[in-house]
Design a protein around this ligand. Structure first.
Ligand code: DX5
Ligand code: ZN
Length: 245
């Protein structure tokens, strides 16, 4: 299934002292979703912000709030994030032992359910919950910090998950180290939703952010153009741009 590319700026890279203005700026700059990274200093070695901050910024944009919970346990907090205005709530497969139950709880709250996989986690972790999912998030860095380098090892996992998804209406999101230089490769592997923090919040103005978002989007769209490697079966390599038939 070919779905439009969505760009989800991570506000972890925003200027927190001007968070409201930063939300308005990425909204005007063409962000599709707003990606919110929640870190607990336990599941990941960093603490970011919680449901109260999400609730405070929720009225500032109509865009979808894509809430990435890097917390363990997650279940006791799902309702708080739903009430704060999350549209998609993503939990980590590694954060609890009852993933199926967590996903049911998210949908019972009326929200879209996502699961995220750390770089070392196999795609087999989601094999038996595919029908409970609206989104799969492949971490392309180890979660906890913005500004890290993209892990090329994840391209094969993205390809495998794209094939597992089949015709299901599940978004395949990538998160971590995404730039205009690797957007084509992740899109070619099957990603349709790209999170980017530092690559979007570079520069100062909404115009800078718009140029950054557009560059990532154009590269990702180009990566989806039918390519010679589709015929030969050779997998896309990092940075490879479209080779049109
Ligand atoms: C990492 C977070 C990412 C991060 C992305 O734990 O989940 O969303 O903010 O930032 P960049 O794009 O700078 O890697
Ligand atoms: Zn994230």
């Amino acid at each position: 299934m070919t779905r439009e590319i969505l760009i989800a700026p991570s506000i972890l890279a925003a200027d927190f002292a001007r968070l409201g203005e930063e939300i308005a700026a990425i909204d005007a700059a063409g962000a599709d979703w707003i990606h919110c990274d929640v870190m607990d200093g336990h599941f990941v070695p960093n603490i970011s912000y919680g449901a109260d901050v999400i609730k405070a910024i929720r009225p500032l944009t109509k865009k979808m709030f894509d809430v990435h919970l890097m917390i363990a346990p997650a279940d006791p907090y799902l309702e708080a994030f739903a009430k704060a205005g999350a549209d998609v709530i993503t939990v980590h497969a590694e954060a609890g032992v009852h993933l199926d139950r967590s996903l049911q709880a998210i949908r019972a709250l009326g929200k879209k359910a996502g699961v995220s996989l750390c770089p070392a986690t196999s795609e087999s972790a989601i094999e038996y919950v595919l029908d409970r999912l609206d989104l799969v998030l492949v971490m392309t860095v180890n979660p906890g910090f913005g500004g890290q380098s993209f892990l090329e090892s994840q391209l094969e996992k993205i390809r495998r998950i794209r094939s597992m998804i089949g015709d299901r209406p599940i978004r395949l999101e990538v998160d971590g180290g995404i730039t205009r230089d690797n957007a084509a490769a992740v899109a070619a592997a099957g990603a349709d939703t790209l999170v980017a923090g530092s690559a979007v919040f570079r520069g100062k103005s909404s115009a800078d952010y718009a140029a950054n978002i557009a560059a990532i989007r154009v590269a990702a769209e180009a990566g989806r153009v039918p390519k010679l490697q589709d015929i030969s079966g050779r997998p896309a390599r990092l940075g490879e741009t479209a080779l049109i038939r």
